[in-house]
Design a protein around this ligand. Structure first.
Ligand SMILES: CC[C@H](C(=O)O)C(=O)SCCNC(=O)CCNC(=O)[C@H](O)C(C)(C)COP(=O)(O)OP(=O)(O)OC[C@H]1O[C@@H](n2cnc3c(N)ncnc32)[C@H](O)[C@@H]1OP(=O)(O)O
Length: 253
C-alpha cells in the first residue's frame, strides 16, 4: 500500500488517481507504482466513463521515478527489475477500457512524461513544462513511454522529443500534438468539466466502443514487446558514467 496514491470516484461517472507527494514533486517510488497498478486493476471493473490521472500541488504533475529507488547504484538487472513494474502499469493504462485523461497540474519530467503519454489525452496547467529528460541523464525512457509516444504523435516529432530531451512549454507541446490543451489554475474545476463533458454525456457502451476502436488501431498487443525492449535498453544504459554523474548531483532524502 502507499499513502501517496489517492483514489476518488465522482458521481458524474469518472474516477481520479492522484499522485499525492508534492514535497517530492510527485516522484513515483516503487511502493507508489505498486499501488498505482493495483488501483488501475480495480478501476477496470467499475462502471466509469473516464479515468483522470493527476498530481497534488501546483509545482509538478510527476517528476518521474523517485531517484532514491531508481538510483545510479543499481546493476543493469536490478534496474530492469525496478523499472519493469511501471512498464506493466503503463501498458495497462494505455489499454484502459474507457477514455483516460492526464491533467498536468505542473511540470512533468522523465517517467512523468511517460505516465502522461500512457493516457489518451493530456491537458496541462499553463505554466507547466514537459521534458523527456532521460537523454540528458545518460539513459533513455525506462517505462515504455517512448514506444507509447510513437503511437500518440507523428513519429518524427516523437523521435525529436526523445533524442533532443529538451524542455517544452505548453505552447510547444501543443504544436507537437502531445498536449491537447491547457487548463487555468483559477478555473480548473470548470475546465475539468469541459474536458470530461464529451465522455460523461454519452452512455458507457458508447465510450467503451470509441476507446476499443482507438486501442485496436493505435495500442496493439504487440506494443508490449516494444515497451519491454525499451526497459531492457534503459537498463543496459543504467550503469554508464554519464548517468552516474547526472545523478551524483541528486541529494538522497
Ligand atoms: C526511473 C527512470 C525514469 C524513466 O525515465 O523511466 C525516470 O523518470 S528518470 C527521472 C527523471 N526525473 C528527473 O530527472 C526530474 C528531477 N526533478 C526535477 O527536474 C525538478 O524537481 C522538477 C522540475 C520536477 C521540479 O522542480 P522544483 O524546483 O519545483 O523542485 P525541486 O527540484 O527543488 O525538488 C523539490 C523536492 O523534490 C525532490 N525531487 C524532485 N524530483 C525528484 C525525483 N525524481 N525523485 C526524488 N525526489 C525528487 C527534490 O529532491 C526536492 O527535495 P528536497 O528534499 O526538498 O531537496
Amino acid at each position: 500500500m502507499s499513502e501517496y496514491v489517492k483514489w476518488d470516484i465522482y458521481d458524474q461517472g469518472y474516477g481520479m488517481i492522484t499522485l499525492h507527494r508534492p514535497e517530492r514533486r510527485n516522484a513515483l517510488s516503487l511502493d507508489m507504482i505498486e499501488e498505482f497498478h493495483r488501483l488501475l486493476w480495480e478501476a477496470r471493473d467499475l462502471d466509469l466513463k473516464a479515468l483522470v490521472i493527476t498530481g497534488a500541488g501546483t509545482q509538478a504533475f510527476c517528476a518521474g521515478g523517485d531517484l532514491n529507488d531508481f538510483h545510479a547504484g543499481l546493476s543493469s538487472q536490478e534496474a530492469f527489475s525496478a523499472l519493469y513494474p511501471m512498464k506493466e502499469a503503463l501498458y495497462e493504462l494505455s489499454r484502459f477500457p474507457v477514455p483516460t485523461i492526464a491533467l498536468l497540474n505542473g511540470h512533468a519530467r522523465g517517467g512523468g512524461c511517460e505516465l502522461a503519454t500512457a493516457c489518451d489525452f493530456r491537458y496541462a496547467a499553463e505554466a507547466s513544462t514537459i521534458g523527456f529528460v532521460q537523454g540528458e541523464l545518460g539513459i533513455s525512457p525506462g517505462w515504455g513511454g517512448g514506444a507509447l509516444l510513437y503511437q500518440r504523435i507523428h513519429p518524427l516529432k516523437a523521435y525529436e522529443m526523445l533524442v533532443q530531451s529538451r524542455i517544452y512549454d505548453t505552447e510547444e507541446a501543443i504544436q507537437t500534438g502531445w498536449l491537447q490543451g491547457t487548463i487555468r489554475e483559477e478555473t480548473i474545476a470548470e475546465d475539468i468539466d469541459d474536458i470530461l463533458q464529451p465522455f460523461l454525456s454519452k452512455n458507457i457502451d458508447q465510450v467503451k466502443h470509441f476507446k476499443q476502436q482507438y486501442v485496436k488501431q493505435q495500442i496493439p498487443i504487440s506494443l508490449s514487446a516494444d515497451m519491454d525492449d525499451e526497459v531492457r535498453r534503459c537498463s543496459n544504459l543504467w550503469g554508464n558514467d554519464q548517468h552516474k554523474e547526472a545523478l551524483k548531483g541528486y541529494k538522497k532524502s
